[in-house]
Design a protein around this ligand. Structure first.
Ligand code: B3K
Ligand code: ZN
Length: 893
């Protein structure tokens, strides 16, 4: 496999000023005619165009058929020699949408044509310089049978539509903005839509549309409203206005990822568009709004300013994730008083940090570890990662923290002033931010900060605190370190330069009261919270007038994506959990307490000892459960147990079944010992009346359903009846799913099976609900490989639909510790079979499943040996895709 490195970037020797694409759409064989206006920038260079799985029909240069001696066609593209300074090139080729199971390029889903071009899918449609720094003006003609494909969509504005004699029709689209080919899209088929017209900030009327399969018209209202909210928010928060007259979203059943930000024509996985109360959960509603926001925000951060090359992916993704996280936080806080709004924002921050720790931290410690701006790749499709996205967002957030919200907005405005219409690098972004930072922080710069872009691994910050009674001074020393990981380790990198780490903290007295912080040598007014900027390996800060030895509250609001090391006592954590004025740090203290309990219980389970939990821990949980000053959404987070994936990273040797057993035991014990309080929480958090996905109501449901699960797990006598009753009578999917999930995971088998059968009966015609049905079974502790194989032959199962494959195969391999990690290795052999089966259909999806083995080396020897064997079996399989080859060979390196 070829490794591509960031340093090898060369500008493209031609300009493609204009592109006209003409499609004769036919599922079996589509004819694509592409006319390119080329302008040479470099003497003598041949024209090298990317192309994959295409049948070349003809090439014309300035209207003349090109002689075969002037070009070569290969497996990866087309090379043309001897072209002049300015030429019109016309290429005709065919591709086969119906046969395309990769879902990259042009494909058919449920009878509708869709495209997916990012990162390198356009080359599967026609020959073209398939790289983001080649930007052109696109016009598109679509032609198809009118009865089968009545709706014909592409980027930009519709400039003409005509009926043709043979029952066919055609449409012409024109995108007024220059764009790279990865932002091209077309959609053609039988679709229904919902639309609205709104005025932008500057008073232009724009048309917003959400398209879906006929029959789903009642499930697109929330998506359309979310789009309107996103448009409004980008105007208010960042003064960014929609630049098109028309903005379209189309839901596709078969889609590799969440969604795609094609200019003016976003294509979405239907799971992030369709919702009604009966079929979508609160989490689904939240994800729909977040993804709609995300793709909409790409119109500026990604499309107007795009990436020079794919190493810069985080330029648009990290920034756009940051923007969607802020959008959600602002939407959650809308209409609430100050305290409730602050809590809503903390809840969003907690949710994002939970995701980061469960998905990105393990990635950053494993074989695929890479900087947010990778140095090399074999297959770019493998680098749409939690690191590029979620850690990338944290790196943007730190810049906002360092510049302040106003400074950050100014920096973003400067970025657009400098780079609108260009394809640029991460460094260009930091330079724009730095130009503002230097104005407000004379004599300083972001040179140390830039290392966040070139280093992999999660840094550790060790905290030492000294207190001196005599001088009433408290000294905090921070020391950072970041061990070489992934490619760094293989390249023999031993020392890594320090990072610029914004570290927010506070101090509490023994009663849990916030102490005013006065830094020695600073004339800033004392405040409860302080932002320390660590830019060297180690540094100290001295706080004055501290009356007694305080308890530190560290990394408030998770001000940097790091791991903090400080030796808290259990009593100190309990104090922070009860009193910290920073709600994030307060949550964090509880999670740390629970982590200690679960890890101790895991050791006990492994040693054949009974696992016990301390009374003080149970009391700490009770105090949050019964706290009247905390809202339901926050309490639901504070009382949830830390994720298995996060806990596993804390173990020297991962024993997944012992860990899951300990975690389940802890839940059952908390359920049993706090039964009366859980029941009170169930009663106090009912949401009668019409369903609404708003954060207050969703918070109550989250709290109530968490309490029900604890009650059932704890064996409360009334719980099963309550849960079954909720399953049967609830009018929304959140409550119905929560009840079903509790039954499946903690209830008697028979009740669970009856409810599962009922659920399928009810929802079999709704694919997104059927996905939920598969997921519940895939993750049940009673499910083993045999059960999964049984589900795979269910008529509703297919490996070809990514959502369905994810709902069963991925869920089993990634989220079923008991079934997947059976000591007989059956789970790992199943994984290998499915990776290979998927690889033949869809390498991008298969490579995602392949990553289930990333951390194999950290498991107990009996398991890791079998995991290694499964990895080797896959690696040795002939004909493996580049995608899967990269993942499994890195895992084995
Ligand atoms: N930019 C797309 C990524 C699609 C890549 C697929 N290989 C989704 C997003 O981040 O908005
Ligand atoms: Zn994105």
């Amino acid at each position: 496999p070829v490794t591509i490195s960031r340093q090898s970037y060369r500008p493209y020797p031609f300009e493609v000023t204009a592109v006209h694409l003409d499609f004769d759409l036919d599922p079996a064989s589509t004819l694509v005619t592409s006319r390119l206006s080329l302008h040479r920038k470099e003497a003598n260079a041949p024209l090298v165009l990317d192309g994959e799985e295409l049948d070349l029909v003809s090439i014309k240069v300035d209207g003349q058929l090109l002689d075969a001696s002037r070009y070569e066609v290969g497996e990866h593209g087309l090379t043309i020699h001897g072209l002049g300074q300015t030429v019109e090139l016309e290429i005709a080729n065919r591709c086969s949408p119906q046969a395309n199971s990769t879902l990259m390029g042009l494909y058919v889903s449920n009878g509708v044509f869709f495209t997916q071009c990012e990162a390198e899918g356009f080359r599967r449609i026609t020959y073209f310089p398939d790289r983001p720094d080649v930007m052109s003006r696109f016009t598109v003609t679509l032609r198809a049978a009118k009865a089968e494909f009545p709706v014909l969509l592409s980027n930009g504005n519709l400039i003409g539509q005509t009926d043709l004699p043979d029952g066919r029709h055609e449409a012409q689209w024109e995108d007024p903005f220059m764009k790279p080919c990865y932002l091209f899209a077309l959609v053609a088929g039988k679709l229904t839509w919902r639309e609205s017209r709104v005025n932008t900030q500057s008073g232009r009327e724009v048309l917003l549309q959400v398209y879906s399969d006929p029959g789903n018209e009642n499930k697109t209202q929330f998506a359309l409203e979310s789009l309107e909210r996103a448009l409004r928010w980008d105007e208010t928060r960042f003064s960014l206005e929609l630049d098109l007259d028309r903005f379209m979203i189309v839901a596709a059943r078969d889609f590799n990822m969440g969604a795609m930000e094609n200019k003016g024509l976003n294509v979405f996985n239907a799971a992030y568009v369709l919702a009604d109360p009966d079929s979508a959960t609160d989490a689904n509603y939240g994800a729909i709004e977040a993804v709609i926001g995300h793709e909409y925000f790409h119109n500026w951060t990604g499309n107007r300013v795009t990436c020079r090359d794919w190493f810069q992916l985080s330029l648009k993704e990290g920034l756009t994730v940051f923007r969607d996280q802020e959008f959600t936080a602002d939407m959650m806080a809308t209409g609430l008083d100050e305290t409730a709004a602050a809590s809503a924002r903390t809840v969003k921050r907690i949710d994002d940090v939970v995701t980061l720790r469960a998905a990105q931290f393990p990635e950053d410690a494993g074989p695929m570890a890479h900087p947010i701006r990778p140095e090399s790749y074999q297959e770019i499709g493998n680098f749409y990662t939690a690191t590029v996205y979620e850690k990338g967002s944290e790196v943007i957030r730190m810049q906002q923290t360092l510049l302040g919200p106003d400074g950050f907005n100014e920096g973003l405005a400067e970025y657009f002033r400098r780079h609108d219409g260009q394809a640029v690098t991460c460094d260009d972004f930091v330079a724009a931010m730095e130009s503002v930072y230097q104005k407000t922080h004379p004599g300083r710069d972001l040179s140390v900060f830039r290392h966040w872009y070139s280093q992999a691994g999660t840094p550790r910050v060790k905290v030492d605190m000294r207190y001196d009674d005599a001088t009433r001074r408290c000294t905090l020393r921070l020391t950072q370190s970041c061990a070489p990981v992934g490619v760094e380790r293989l390249a023999g990198i031993a020392v890594k330069p320090p990072l610029h780490i914004p570290f927010s903290m506070g101090l509490l007295d023994a009663d849990g009261k916030a102490l005013p912080l006065k830094l020695a040598g600073s004339d800033a007014a004392a405040s409860d919270s302080c932002l320390l900027e660590l830019t060297t390996e180690t540094a100290e800060w001295v706080f004055e007038d501290i009356p007694s030895r305080p308890v530190p509250s560290l990394l408030r609001d998770f001000s940097a994506p790091v791991i903090v090391e400080y030796d808290f006592s259990d009593a100190e954590l309990a104090l922070l959990m009860a009193h910290d004025t920073n709600a994030f740090a307060r949550w964090e203290a509880g999670q740390q307490l629970a982590t200690r309990q679960i890890l101790a219980a895991t050791d006990a389970v492994r040693g054949g000892q009974p696992a016990s939990l301390s009374d003080s821990f149970v009391e700490a949980w009770r105090s949050v459960l019964t706290a009247t000053d905390l809202d339901a959404a926050y309490r639901a987070r504070a009382l949830a147990l830390p994720a298995e994936k996060t806990l596993a990273e804390r173990m020297t040797e991962v024993d997944p079944i012992a860990l899951a057993t300990a975690r389940d035991h802890l839940r059952a014990e908390l359920g049993r010992r706090l039964a009366a309080d859980w029941q009170a929480a169930v009663d106090a958090n009912q949401t009668p009346g019409e369903y609404s996905p708003d954060p207050i109501a969703a918070g109550k449901r989250a709290m109530k359903n968490l309490a029900l699960a604890f009650l059932l797990a704890g064996g409360a006598p009334q719980a099963e009846a309550q849960v079954s009753e909720q399953y049967a009578s609830s009018k929304n999917m959140t409550d119905r799913m929560a009840a079903l999930s509790a039954l499946v995971n903690f209830g008697p088998r028979e009740a669970a099976n009856t409810a599962l059968a009922d659920f399928f009966e009810r929802y079999q015609s709704d694919p997104l609900s059927v996905d939920k049905w598969f997921t519940l079974q895939a993750t049940s502790r009673h499910t083993d490989v045999e059960t999964v194989n049984g589900l795979m032959v269910h008529p509703a199962f297919t490996l070809r639909n990514p959502n369905r494959a994810r709902s069963l195969v991925f869920q089993f391999c990634l989220n079923n510790p008991y079934g997947f990690h059976r000591p007989d290795g059956s789970g790992y052999r199943y994984w290998a079979e499915q990776v290979l089966a998927l690889d033949r259909l869809n390498p991008e999806i298969s490579a995602r499943l392949a990553r289930a083995m990333d951390r194999w080396i950290r498991y107990v020897p009996a398991l890791s040996a079998q995991m290694k064997q499964a990895l080797e079996d896959v690696r040795n399989h002939p004909g493996l895709s580049r995608n899967v080859t990269e993942i499994v060979s890195k895992a084995l390196e």
